[in-house]
Ligand binder design. Structure first.
Ligand SMILES: [Zn+2]
Ligand SMILES: [Zn+2]
Length: 159
């Protein structure tokens, strides 16, 4: 081992580089397992554009921001982690983890759902205001969608 990951093309005569340490990455056609596990694509020679492993790593490096938001539901106040996407569907909203119990006319049992919070306004009733760690006010929504229909959040999942 030289400490450098290099990419070896197959030789034109059909000779293959056989080395157990150079096993192909199962997720892309262009690199060895070592290159992808160590995220060493920039050291790979020749450079491969469009590697799906590298693209996935770049996407994972820029996750949606998260907030810690204090929410009161059914008389119990908790802090939960919520995603705050900045682009795409849900941009400008908060989406909590699935920590709420909910019931719906179409359900035979309680569902476990996430809550989507929208920015609070001056007209948001105090009991429906949640606050994140930055002091931003959000509107608690006690309805959610589950199983293709609306459900009513009734409390905390493990309360
Ligand atoms: Zn790979
Ligand atoms: Zn690759």
């Amino acid at each position: 081992m030289t400490g450098h990951d290099t990419w070896f093309p197959e030789a034109p005569d059909g000779h293959e580089w056989v080395n157990p340490a150079k096993a192909d990455c199962p997720h892309c056609p262009c690199h060895t397992v070592r290159v992808c596990e160590q995220k060493a694509w920039h050291r790979s020679i020749p450079r491969h554009e469009g590697c799906p492993c590298e693209a996935a790593a770049i996407a994972a490096d820029t996750p949606p921001a998260t907030r810690t938001v204090t929410i009161a539901v059914a008389g119990v106040t908790r802090e939960v982690t919520a995603e705050a996407p900045t682009v795409g569907i849900g941009a400008g909203l908060l989406r909590t983890e699935r920590v709420f119990r909910a019931t719906g006319a179409h359900l035979t049992a309680e569902a476990i759902v996430a809550m989507v919070l929208s920015p609070a306004t001056d007209r948001t009733p105090d009991e429906l205001v949640a606050v994140d760690e930055l002091g931003k006010r959000w509107t608690i929504r006690l309805t959610a969608f589950h199983g293709g229909d609306q459900v009513a959040i009734t409390g905390w999942h493990d309360a």
